[in-house]
Design a protein around this ligand. Sequence first.
Ligand SMILES: Cc1ncc(COP(=O)(O)O)c(C=O)c1O
Length: 395
Amino acid sequence: MNQWQELEHRYFMNTVERLPVTLVRGEGARVWDEDGREYLDFVAGWAVNSLGHCHPVVVDAIVEQAHTLIQTSNQFYTIPQIRLAELLLQHSCLDKVFFCNSGAEANEGAVKLARRYGKRHLDGAYEVITTMDSFHGRTLAMVAATGQPKFQQPYVPLTAGFVNVEYNNIDTIKAATTSQTCAIMLEPLQGEGGINLPDDNYLAAVRAWCDQMGILFILDEIQTGMGRIGTLFAYEQYSIEPDIMTLAKGLASGIPIGTILAKDSASVFVPGEHGSTFGGNPVACAAGYATLKFIIDNDIAGNARRMGQYFITALQRLKQKFQLITEVRGCGLLIAMEFSSDIASSVVKACLDRGLLVNRLKPNTLRFMPPLIIDKGEVDEALGILDKVLSTIVS
Ligand SMILES: Cc1ncc(COP(=O)(O)O)c(C=O)c1O
C-alpha cells in the first residue's frame, strides 16, 4: 500500500473497497496511475465519463465558465442552466426541467413531484411501485425504492411509501396498484441489478397501465441515458414516453449534476416546494451543455450502438471459447458478462494487472461501461486482455 492509500485508510469512513491503484490523470478512454502506468478504462467512473476523460470540449466549457461565473443562488437567472434546459427539452419528449447534483437527488425529487401530483390529482395517493433488483440511489428514501435487500436491511425501518415488485412482470405491478399509488418508477434496463433487459412489451404494458390508472410513469435513466445504450435516451428504443425522467451520471461527462424532467401535465411543483443550493450550478451546466451538444452533433449514441454491437458479438465469441462464461447480455455500451462461478473479483484484478479497468457487478458478473467515444481498436485491445486473462484462469 502506498502513502496515499495508507492515508485513505486512516481518514475515510469504510464505505468502499477500492482497488490498489491511485489514478492521477485521464485522457480519452485511458487513465494513468501515480507511477505512470496506463490503463484502458472500461468503467468510466461508473458510466459517467461519456466523452471519456478530460474531453477538450468539456474542459474548455468548464474553464471558460469558471473564469466567468462559478455559482449564484437560484433566486437569479443564469444562462448556462437555461441553455442546457433548452437543449435537453428540444431533444427529449419532456417539457420542464429541475437541476440538482446527483442521481439519488434527482430520483428523490421525482418521487416528491409524484407525491405532489398525488395530492393534487389522486386524492392524496403517495405510494410508488418499484421493482426488485432495481437501483435508484443511496439516500434513505431511495434505499426503500431500491428493491435489493442488501441495500435495505442495514437501514430498516425503511421510508414508507414504496412497494418493490418482481421485475419484468406486469401482473405484479397491477396487483400492487391501489388507490394509494401515485407512480411506477423503473429503470428501462436495470443497471446495478445485473444489466437486466426488459422483456418485449414490458415497458409498453407499464405505460398502458399507468394511463389506465391515471398514475405517473417515472423512468430512471440515470445510467441508461445520454446515449449509453445506443439512443440518446433508452425510452426511444421501447416506443414509450415517460411522464417524468431522471438523468445524472453521463450528463456532464464527469462534473456532478442531476436532472428531473417532466411532461407539462406532471410538472406540479410551485415555488418553495423543492429546491437545491447547487442545482443548476453554472459550471456543471456548461459542462452538461458541452457534453450533450457534442453527443448530438457527432451521433455519439450511434457510436455507442455500433461499438456495443461489435463488442457484444466479440464477447459472444469468447463465450464459445471459454465454457466458464455463461451469458453475455446488454445494450449499447452497458454490457454484462456472467460466469459459472464467483470469479469476477479475480478477473477484475487480473485485468487491472494487464492494464484494463473493468467493474465487478456481482461475485459472478462483470460490467463493461466504457466511454461512449471508444473506437474498434480500443475494444479489440480490451478483448485481447480479457482473452489472455480468461486463458490464464482456465489453465
Ligand atoms: C439507475 C440509477 N439510479 C440512480 C443512481 C444513483 O446515482 P448517484 O450515485 O449519482 O446518486 C444510480 C447510480 O448508480 C443508478 O445507476
